[in-house]
Each structure stands twice: as C-alpha cells, then as structure tokens.
Write a protein that binds this ligand. Sequence first.
Ligand code: AQP
Length: 325
Amino acid sequence: MNMVKIFSGIRPSGKLHLGNYLGAIKNWIELQNKADQVIFMIADYHAITTPYDPKTYQQQIMDVALDYLAAGIDPDKALLIRQSKVPQHTELAWIFNTITSVGWLDRLPTYKEQLEKTGINNMGLLDYPVLMAADILLYKSNLVPVGEDQVAHIDVTNEIAKRFNSAFGETFEPVKPHLEEGARIMSLQNPAKKMSKTSDEGIALSDNPDIIRSKIKKAVTDSGKEIKYDPDEKSAITNLLTVYHLLSGKEIKTIEKEYDGKSYSDFKNDLAETAVNFLKPFQEKRKEFENNPKKVLEILEKSEEKSRQLADKNLSEIKKKMGLI
Ligand code: AQP
C-alpha cells in the first residue's frame, strides 16, 4: 500500500477562527494518527502576499504555533514548521514557475477575490498556488486536508506534478484534497461569504466567552422563525446549525427537533454556550504553551531541522532529473 503523506498549512494573517478549525485543523488532528508522514506549516511566506504589519508579524506567527499545539497537534506525530525556515520551499517554487502556465493562475477565483479585496496585484499573489504546490510536493505529500476554498489550488498542484512527470520522468503521485463536513463555514455577518481572518469578524479560537456570546448574538439570521437546515432559503441559520452540529456532535435533525417552536435567540444563546464550552479546554491548553515559549520554539526548530533534511533529499532528486546537478 502507498504511504500516506499529509501536508497542510495556514497563513499567519490573523487570529485563527472556527472556520480554520472546523474546515482544516480538526481533520489534521484526526489524520495525524493515521499517516506515515505528517507536516503542518505556518505559511509565513504566503501571508506576506497581502498587507501585514512587520512589527507584529513574529508574534502572529507564534500565535498560530500556539493555536496548532493547543488544538492538539502532537509534535511526536507531526512536524510543525515555519515555511520561511525551510528555504527549499521557495527554491522549488521557482523551479515550478518554469513549468506553470500563467493561464492556470490568473483565472483562479481565490486570486480574483484577493485582488478585489486588497486592490493589490503583486506577483506573489498570482504565484501563490505555485508556492503551495512546492510546499506540498517538496515532501512528496499525497493528502492535503483543507477547506473548500483551497481545492482549486490542489488542482494546480496536480497540473504542475503532471507536467513535471511528463517532462522529467515520473516523480510525483497525484495529490488528493481531504475535505470533511465544515469545509466551508460562512461569515456570521454575511452567509454568502466564507468566514475568514482578514475581512470578517469570525469567532476566533482565542475569543473570550463574552466576545463569543456577543458575536453570536449579532450574527445575521434569515427571515421567518424556523430553525431549519435549508442552504438555499435559510443560509444564515444553516451555517449556524452546521457550527452547532460540529461543535456539539448532535445531528442536525436532532437540533432542529430540539428547537422546534423556539426562537432564534434561544437557539443562539445555546449555540454561544456550546462554543464557549467547546473552546474552554483549547484556551486552557493554549495558556500552558503561551507560558512556555521556549518549549514551543524548540518544537518548531526540531521540526524544521527534520523538514530541511527531507526537503534536501527530494529537491536533489528533482534537480538531478532536471539536469541542474
Ligand atoms: N470559512 C472557512 N471554512 C472552512 N475552512 C476554512 N479555511 C479557511 N476559512 C475557512 C481553511 O483553513 C485553512 C487555512 O486557510 P487560510 O489561512 O487561507 O485562512 P483564511 O481564514 O481564509 O485566511 P485569510 O488570510 O483571511 O485568507 P482569505 O483572505 O483568503 O480568506 C485552509 O485549509 C482553508 O481552506
């Protein structure tokens, strides 16, 4: 049987939110026990493609490391790395640039959305999926747990892998995205948009109970009164029901029955308490790591050393096939 090699990452572009947790990290925790190689990355080179503050950037990067560890990423099972500490990522991205068609990139919805959002059209933004392909293929990873917005990028990764294989010889196997329920948690202010770190006030994993309660109280709802799963007619309530279901483990049908005849505000109050209770152990564990920055740094540095070795081996094979060495 083929080895299962997991890779995924998150941009340190703000506080991690429930969408990041339910769409990605929750699955990472489950998969880390089942795979032969597991690498989770803090995508610090990806996050500088959009506006950021250099003065707080190191703290933001460490905040993501704390979130990863508090969520249950086990450094004995997974390597936990900062992208910029493994320079082979950017080296391979350059190599992949030479076999990537611009047409695969400039039609991507994620690229167009970011252009619209930031008004900035830098090369890094266009090239983002090429660096992502390098992140994944540098370790010959074959399974990438992500939210729905990233699937188009995995398609580009596979295009690049195919083109490399046909030009230089079989090297990469196909990469599969791993998606579960929760792959698209929507914004609490606008259920037509996904919850995100930069353009939305999502529920941060580190929000205190009062902030969580206030954000859920203010979440938009649909017309009517019924608490019903109906993505077309009741997109806001459907999103809140999905979050409730994933945080409580209760089936959607059971929740609908429980709130039959009750008001949106009853439902929201209980959802808020569910979220507060769900995040409590996470936040306690995060505090522990926060009080031990030396240990966190040690975990990162040890992982990065191992990743550089893995990366070196694969990059040498790639360069040999290309006649670069
Ligand atoms: N709303 C979401 N629902 C489910 N999964 C999500 N992911 C992101 N948002 C949701 C998944 O989380 C991982 C990290 O993605 P990211 O760093 O791009 O997260 P973001 O919150 O989308 O960050 P930004 O900086 O605010 O980016 P934009 O501006 O692109 O939204 C991925 O696996 C992603 O799928």
